[in-house]
Design a protein around this ligand. Structure first.
Ligand code: GTP
Length: 320
């Protein structure tokens, strides 16, 4: 079975970090973002197709250097074709039921259960649905009593939403869906789904967690969920953390950490350096980054080339 991951976006909301690395490889709680989709795929998925465009060479290098246990096929778009166009562009690879994912989705969806439900219903597709209190910023989906999707609303005005269920960006499709996608730049959500409802597009609700991790806030929210779930790991020898005050769940791989306060929700990637007296919370500090003595960092993503000066105060910021 094959899985398709949409990974060709520019990632503008994670700039300036995404000027030098594509969003799928930004490290999230110990692994590149895209690995959070690839690693939990059911065993029967032997091939993962990545629809790429922006910084495809970077992604190619990552998969050459890292064996993820499945065949990886990168299919390039010269120009980003949108979510529907990207699917159409990989048609030749898709000759049987396949998974498809928006590459930003970090969630607890049980893919086996969803596949079972899809096979029972025999529709053209099944869409994972997540329930939110305020769906006005999302693609809203209404279903009938049998779970069949009856209507889509893109970002409805508050009070006008047809339901609290939103498109979670994880799907199972039959190849027949590809026949309904026109050539060129096409949005799956706006230009394809509304036209295939008569063929049976079903919703699959799930519980647990779901985050579209494409912004700084949502990325750090996803990090918090994953770190809390893992109980907070310290990957470097504890003696190297002498004098470090650790608060809450964190992932500390960095080996050069002077006495400082770390946490909650901090991922210090291997190779990051933290100076004496620094206070870091709710942040990602990537390999190569240097946090100066007495600096305070919160709500931030600190990229591999960043040097934070001694005593600096950085909050709610992305540094490259
Ligand atoms: P922003 O620029 O910050 O909005 O990020 P983005 O470019 O990633 O766009 P968005 O978050 O809306 O995209 C959702 C998912 O679809 C991401 O995984 C993108 O990589 C992917 N995606 C968006 N547009 C395209 C496209 O034209 N082609 C391909 N292959 N993937 C896309």
């Amino acid at each position: 079975m094959k899985a398709l991951i949409l990974a060709g976006g520019l990632g503008t909301r994670l700039r300036p970090l995404t000027f030098s690395m594509p969003k799928p490889v930004v490290p999230l709680a110990g692994r590149p973002m895209v690995r959070h989709i690839i690693d939990p795929l059911p065993q029967e998925v032997d091939t993962v197709i990545l629809a790429v465009s922006y910084m495809k060479d970077y992604l190619e290098r990552y998969f050459q250097e890292n064996d993820v246990g499945r065949e990886i096929v990168l299919v390039n778009e010269d120009e980003p074709l949108g979510t529907g166009g990207a699917l159409k562009n990989v048609s030749r690879w898709l000759d049987d039921t396949f998974f498809a994912f928006n590459g930003d989705v970090i969630c607890s969806l049980d893919l086996r259960a969803m596949l079972e439900a899809h096979r029972k219903r025999r529709g053209i597709g099944t869409m994972a649905l997540w329930s939110v209190d305020d769906p006005s910023a999302f693609g809203v989906v209404a279903t009938d009593g049998s779970g069949r999707i009856t209507m889509f609303q893109e970002k409805p005005a508050p009070g006008e939403e047809a339901s609290n269920s939103i498109n979670a960006g994880a799907y199972i499709f039959e190849p027949e869906l590809l026949d309904h996608i026109p050539d060129g730049v096409v949005s799956l959500e706006r230009e394809v789904f509304p036209h295939v409802l008569h063929r049976g597009l079903y919703g699959h609700a799930f519980k647990g967690y779901w985050v579209d991790a494409g912004t700084r806030e949502s990325f750090l929210r996803a990090q918090r969920i994953l770190l809390d779930a893992s109980g907070g790991r310290v990957a470097c020898p504890v003696r190297r953390l002498a004098g470090v005050h650790v608060v809450g769940s964190n992932l500390i791989e960095a080996t050069h950490v002077e006495p400082s306060t770390i946490g909650p929700n901090v991922y210090l990637e291997g190779g990051a350096r933290v100076g004496r007296g620094a206070v870091i919370s709710d942040s990602l500090v990537m390999a190569g980054a240097v946090i100066g003595r007495g600096a305070t960092i919160s709500g931030s993503m600190i990229g591999p080339g960043a040097v934070v000066e001694d005593g600096a105060v950085i909050s709610d910021t992305i540094l490259a």
